[in-house]
Design a protein around this ligand. Structure first.
Ligand SMILES: [Zn+2]
Length: 714
């Protein structure tokens, strides 16, 4: 299953003014976490953190806005504190294009303002990207300036996340701020809110600490020094540091920069199929309310956000009803960040620190300190099974992150504790489980050519638990399975020996993540070509063909019976059986990887297809079918046209294909003849050999490749 999901992230400043005491009571009542006395103390201290003050302009103006007659979508909508009303540049009846030569300008004037620390741009939140700003210049004018001066040139990813411009040291006595939009989606500009914030002063009084992250006291700091500190959070932190009781595990950590999953998908030709976007696992629980987060080392021009994810949001069931995890995004800057987590739910915290240009390895890591944060911890292969068994028993959150070399999984803490058993069926199997997941991904990456062609990323893929969808699916965040499947999916013995369906499920969804679209995932193959990965992953685990689910075997066998052993004019892309459609791909790859003496046939096929240049023909899948046959032929050394003709890929007919979108199959006699001529020309030029008379049958009846059961350390 393959689902594109939209996660709506509400910006942090959309406050419901929730009474924090009520909020805390609800939290306890829900039993989503069991706060220790120490955690409760920190939560109480956090309540005293200053919330930023919103500074309102005395007037605002723009040079380009949509005028519907009844409604003028002017700059006024950016300061109305309403996230569902937007400023929008003119698009009808005349589209006034927003370009670097003709920018849209939003101007905000201030009077008698002492200081502005942050500007926050909140893109429209209604799901449309139109006008979302991707490039802007921020001009400022203070009492000390005679004219505007450029403060920052901003490039922002096209999404709904709040974008923050931090004025280092504060913009003192601001007179005017001009946002000059150079580029926005669709040559438009739009904005839900533009906020100007002054941070609370109290946190500047952190001079008892020896470092920027506030993790050590200056030598000689006394109890009397600490008692003079007004701010309760700072005083509590200093006290615990002085007494040597402050635990920095998980609270203080370093986070590497990763290439953004979107950038990777571009390189891999897997549009919209993203590796983990919650890469920076913290092991910290963020409860509703205020929190102090210190950051250091964020390079100029780079951004990082804190994402707080509530993996459960109150909905349970088996029909996909929108019960997505709740993700709240908070911008981070160097120094102190006061996060006001406006949610009913406590969430797990993740640091999103990505580079969009493939230069992550050149970006220094950042360091983050969740002051007094509630520690949940996370599982890693370098811990012992006993340590992890204790952690899953004691985790304050209902959820726990499992972070291995290639996979970031999120399961319920109780599920991990109860079901994650080793292949003896009894002992805790955390390490073995992580080994299995890593190996499955290694094989997936090998199949699609990542290993051979130097494309193995440092990034992990995400696998998470859901409460509202019966089967597994691949969506906007990663791959997911229902909480009821934890018993099977966490059990190493089952995965390794007798639960081919669970392994197939994982291989299938991860197969989606690596599907080349459209070159090996054209209309009619969305739920087919990813199964090649599922098939190989399962066989590599040492499973035998007979252990495949009967429905899958039946389909695979029907493929040969229907097209090779009988006469038919049917087109295989019209077949309703996904495994019948899978059959010719499995047979072809098995033959060339084994008998055909080309063990790298599949990785080579993926990499060559990745470099395809196909001119689309409206919604017609034929150009991609031709491209595939030509590519497979070139790699095999044979003109494989007869094989694909026999398997019903090339029929003179036209029909519609419904496959996560509307496609058509339309092949005329002229077009088929031209393709055959092209392929025959390659034969004449000795670039391809003709298939010997019995080769189609030999490929179609090629046996499965059998592997030994690998050993997985626990
Ligand atoms: Zn699927």
């Amino acid at each position: 299953m393959n689902i594109v999901m939209l996660f709506v992230t509400l910006p942090k400043k959309e406050k419901k003014n929730m009474n924090k005491k009520v909020c805390f009571t609800i939290l306890l009542a829900l039993g989503t976490m069991m706060a220790s006395a120490q955690e409760t103390l920190w939560l109480q201290c956090n309540e005293s953190l200053p919330t930023p003050t919103r500074i309102m302009p005395v007037r605002q103006s723009d040079n380009n806005h949509q005028n519907d007659g009844a409604v003028q979508h002017s700059v006024d909508f950016t300061v109305d504190r309403n996230f569902s009303t937007n400023y929008h540049s003119a698009y009808y009846p005349g589209h006034i294009k927003v370009t670097p030569e003709t920018p849209a300008e939003l101007i905000y004037d201030f009077e008698d303002v002492e200081r502005i620390d942050d500007l926050e741009y909140v893109p429209r939140q209604d799901g449309s990207l139109n006008g979302t700003v991707s490039e802007a210049e921020i001009y400022v004018k203070t009492a000390a300036d005679s004219d505007y001066r450029l403060y920052q040139h901003c490039q922002w990813p096209l999404n709904m996340d709040t974008k923050c411009v931090h004025f280092e040291g504060g913009l003192i006595q601001p007179v005017s701020i001009k946002v000059r939009v150079l580029n926005g989606y669709g040559a438009l500009a739009s904005c839900a809110e533009m906020a100007f914030l002054k941070m609370g002063k109290e946190l500047t009084n952190t001079d008892v600490f020896a470092d920027d992250l506030c993790t050590r006291l200056k030598p000689g700091t006394t109890r009397a020094d600490i008692e003079r500190i007004q701010q309760p959070v700072i005083r509590q932190l200093a006290t615990e540091l002085l007494e040597g009781t402050y635990v920095t595990d998980y609270r203080v950590a370093s986070y590497d920069c990763y290439d953004s999953p979107q950038w990777l998908a571009e390189q891999w030709k897997t549009p919209g199929k993203c590796y983990d976007q919650l890469q920076g696992v913290t092991g910290i629980v963020v409860e509703p309310g205020k929190h102090l987060v210190m950051v250091e080392g964020l390079p100029e021009g780079m951004s990082a956000t804190l994402k707080v994810v509530a993996w459960y949001t109150g909905l349970t069931g088996r029909s996909f009803d929108g019960g997505n995890p709740e993700i709240k995004t908070y911008d981070l800057k160097n120094g102190s960040n006061i996060i006001d987590h406006d949610s009913r739910w406590a969430g797990l915290a993740y640091i999103a620190y990505f580079n969009d240009e493939g230069k992550a390895s050149k970006c220094p890591p950042i360091r983050v300190h969740f002051v007094g944060g509630t520690v949940n911890g996370y599982l890693t292969p370098d811990q012992t099974n006993e340590q992890m068994h204790q952690m899953t028993a004691a985790a304050p959150s209902r959820f726990i992150d499992v972070v291995s070399r290639k996979v970031h999984a999120v399961w319920t803490s109780a599920g991990m504790h109860e079901f994650c058993k080793a292949d003896d069926g009894k002992s805790p199997g955390y390490r073995q489980y992580m080994n299995i997941l890593d190996t499955l991904i290694t094989w997936e990456q090998r199949v699609v050519g990542f290993e051979k062609y130097g494309r193995v990323p440092k990034n992990r893929t995400l696998l998470y638990v859901n409460f509202t969808y019966g089967a597994a699916f691949q969506g906007g965040l990663g791959i997911s399975s229902h909480v009821d499947n934890e018993r099977g999916l966490l059990n190493c013995q089952g995965l390794l020996y007798n639960d081919s369906e669970s392994v197939w499920g994982l291989g299938h969804e991860w197969g989606h993540q690596h599907q080349l679209k459209p070159y090996f995932c054209w209309g009619g193959t969305n739920e087919v070509t990813n199964n090649l990965a599922a098939y190989y992953v399962l066989m590599h685990l040492g499973y035998r063909y007979e252990q495949l689910h009967w429905g899958k075997r039946e389909g695979l066998e029907k493929g040969v019976k229907h097209y090779i052993e009988s006469e038919t004019d049917d087109c295989i892309l019209e077949s309703s059986d996904l495994f019948e459609r899978l059959c010719p791909f499995v047979k072809l790859c098995n033959y060339f990887m084994n008998e055909g003496g080309k063990p790298d046939f599949l990785p080579d096929l993926y990499e060559t297809l990745r470099h395809s240049q196909v001119t689309p023909d409206s919604t017609n899948v034929i150009p991609y079918v031709f491209n595939f046959i030509r590519t497979a032929s070139t790699l095999s050394g044979y003109n494989l046209t007869p094989y694909f003709e026999r398997f019903g890929f090339l029929r003179v007919k036209a029909f519609e294909i419904d496959d996560y979108g509307k496609y058509t199959y339309h092949l005329t006699q002229e077009r088929l003849d031209a393709f055959r001529r092209d392929m025959n020309t390659l034969e004449r030029k000795k670039k391809l050999k003709p298939m010997p008379a019995d080769m189609v049958e030999r490929i179609a009846h090629t046996p499965d490749i059998e592997y030994e059961h690998p050993h997985f350390e626990n």
